[in-house]
Design a protein around this ligand. Structure first.
Ligand code: GDP
Length: 356
């Protein structure tokens, strides 16, 4: 499964957030045979459609899609030079498919700030500089090798072009994900600033309820997504009943918990979407990539479904709820039979037809 690595300076609230992520045992509850690594937190993707489907189909249980977060050891100034946990850190972050960078915005005189004071802008610059330096080192090592390979006709010249352009962009202070350079030819280098980023601002209630303050922080990281949460509150929400959670969130001006936001934005940032299946046993969301076609999507349920794919019967979620049942949707002409070239849409309710 695709994972999101959690990074940030020491004392910004990473462990607190990660504890909240792991206390929510969606995996243990829904997938009893899954192995859970100690440094992986799994959260379910909030999807109110599943509850409605379960009502229509009288499903016994609901299985949401999940998003996995990996706790990566703290980054410090000098990480790119191999100081402290630097090298291990860089190896771990390279493996993540997207990065959630936690940035401290809360004030608490009892919690030391490693850079001397709470300053989100400065912290972002510190971390970005380390990631950019690490990428520069990777490119400086790789470019002479790629040059040789291109001369020997073993590598496409596009790889060299991309590597040189990436190096220039980094030297100009850019993050590669914002550079517009086509990095596909040098994907194997695992460049850190080329990954999709989400910024998690761990802030006080005062900021959670202050739209202008949030907009100012959001501007620091645009066009990447920003999530605002209070890690301490999130770790307390986990133990509460849904009604109490709603009340507590409302009192801090939030509509959904920070973990839900993080799951939703994380899922989207990873380029994922879901389709839905429903029956008396379960109402379930299945994770696929955006743009996947029907047979590939069927393969997520079972490889036989992909190999023996014949047709997909697709009803949009809205049509299904409006008509009230599959039979009624069929009668109303809302059930479509789609073939192998059908591109799956978010919220499709699907039944696959397959043969041997
Ligand atoms: P890490 O080093 O980034 O993993 O940070 P921790 O999660 O260990 O947090 C460092 C300290 O800050 C701990 O004492 C936490 O209780 C505290 N802390 C974390 N999040 C918040 C927050 O949102 N507000 C306040 N006031 N303290 C927090």
């Amino acid at each position: 499964a695709l994972t999101i690595g959690i990074v940030g300076l020491p004392n910004v609230g990473k462990s607190t957030l990660f504890n909240a992520l792991t206390k929510n045992d969606v995996l243990a509850a829904n997938y009893p045979f899954a192995t859970i690594e100690p440094n992986v937190g799994v959260v379910s993707l909030p999807d109110p459609r599943l509850g409605k489907l379960a009502e229509v189909f009288h499903s016994e249980r609901i299985l949401p899609a999940t998003v996995s977060f990996v706790d990566i050891a703290g980054i410090v100034r000098g990480a790119s030079e191999g100081e402290g946990l630097g090298n291990q850190f860089l190896a771990n972050i390279r493996e993540a498919d997207a990065i959630a960078q936690v940035v401290r915005g809360f004030t608490d005189d009892d919690v030391v700030h490693v850079e001397g004071g709470v300053n989100p802008k400065n912290d972002l610059e510190t971390i970005n500089a380390e990631l950019q330096l690490a990428d520069l080192q990777t490119l400086e090592k790789a470019i002479p090798r790629i040059e040789k390979e291109v001369k020997g006709k073993k590598t496409d010249p596009a790889a060299l072009e991309a590597a040189v352009a990436a190096k220039d962009a980094l030297e100009r202070g850019q993050l590669l994900s914002h550079s517009g350079i086509d990095l596909a030819p040098i994907k194997e280098l695992g460049l850190l600033t080329a990954k999709p980023y989400i910024y998690v601002f761990n802030v006080d209630e005062a900021i959670l309820t202050d739209a202008a303050a949030k907009a100012a922080l959001e501007e620091l990281v645009a066009p990447a997504h920003a999530v605002f949460l209070d890690a301490k509150i999130e770790s307390e929400l986990i133990d509460l009943d849904p009604e109490d959670v709603a009340e507590l969130l409302a009192s801090t001006g939030q509509e959904e918990s920070g973990l839900d936001q993080l799951a939703r934005i994380g899922f989207d940032t990873l380029g994922l979407q879901t389709y839905l299946t429903a029956g008396p046993k379960e109402a379930r969301a299945w994770t696929i990539g955006k743009g996947w076609k029907a047979p590939q999507a069927a393969g997520v349920i079972h490889t036989d479904f992909e190999k023996g794919f014949i047709k997909a019967e697709v009803i949009s979620f809205d049509d299904l709820i409006a008509t009230g049942s599959i039979a009624a949707a069929r009668a109303a002409g809302k059930a479509r039979l789609e073939g192998k070239d059908y591109v799956m849409q978010d919220g499709d309710v699907v039944e696959f037809r397959f043969g041997k």
